[in-house]
Design a protein. Structure first.
Length: 261
């Protein structure tokens, strides 16, 4: 951590650290994860008591930025307000990105007795879903590989780039799943995947090749390597039906993602 980050955090705590409605303040983001650069902003998670959380939720003030405490040019503190009940919900059924937001967090202020235990549950990888995730992610990889071929055949540049993004996403998610590592969302996907100890042979090179010079052969090589790594083949998964349930009919049990509204 840079000295100006430390100084800015101290100034933030001088301003907000004594608020008794804040039961804990956690340092997260790029600084906590080890991805920070000198000009990176400072990310904090504020665990508010339930009354303060509900009040801020009603007033749409669960996210705010503080610009007057940083000692470096362009610096600011990006704040997210959560509550214990929210964290319990993440521990129970939160998405990987929701869990990852708490991963590596440093406790700056703590007025709760079992915060460390709660953080351990929140950031635990859902191992019980590992086998199912493997099949679902492989199905997505195979579906988007097919879409990429169709996009080239029909000269559809939008579908070309969307398919490539999805191929990279699910190739990486398969690797992260085998390493029981949380998916950090898009910003740190490649960095977190490169950290993985267990990867397909030549994975980093194949991924870089696809990102720099995408074509059908690069897609095929990456997909084949990831499939061998997963232990599954195209014959092992009914990817059209799995894709149907996960992507085309994902609105049946709950509200569709905003992309599909």
């Amino acid at each position: 951590m840079e000295q100006h980050h430390r100084e800015s955090i101290e100034r933030f705590l001088e301003k907000y650290g004594h608020d008794q409605s804040f039961r804990a303040i956690l340092l997260g983001g790029s600084i906590a994860h080890g991805f920070a650069k000198p000009d990176s902003d400072i990310d904090v998670l504020i665990v508010a008591d339930e009354a303060e959380y509900e009040r801020r939720k009603k007033e749409h003030r669960l996210a705010f930025s503080v610009w007057d405490v940083c000692t470096y040019e362009g610096g600011y503190v990006d704040c997210k307000v959560v509550s214990r009940s929210f964290m319990e919900l993440v521990a129970e059924r939160g998405s990987d990105p929701a869990r990852y937001a708490f991963k590596d967090c440093r406790v700056l202020v703590n007025r709760t007795a079992d915060l460390e235990a709660l953080l351990a549950r929140v950031t635990a990888y859902p191992v019980r879903q590992k086998a199912e995730r493997r099949e679902r992610f492989v199905s997505q990889l195979l579906a988007w590989k097919w879409y990429y071929g169709e996009a080239l055949r029909k000269d559809n540049p939008y579908l070309v780039w969307l398919s490539l993004q999805k191929i990279v996403l699910f190739a990486c998610r398969i690797v992260l799943n085998e390493n029981e590592t949380l998916y950090p969302y898009h910003k740190w996907l490649l960095a977190e995947t490169k950290r993985a100890a267990n990867k397909p042979e030549r994975f980093d090179g194949l991924l870089d090749r696809l990102l720099v010079s995408p074509d059908l052969e690069a897609v095929r090589q990456l997909a084949d390597a990831v499939l061998r790594f997963s232990g599954l083949t195209e014959r092992d998964v009914d990817w059209p039906n799995r894709f149907l349930l996960d992507s085309e009919w994902n609105w049946i049990a709950h509200e569709p993602p905003v992309d599909d509204l």
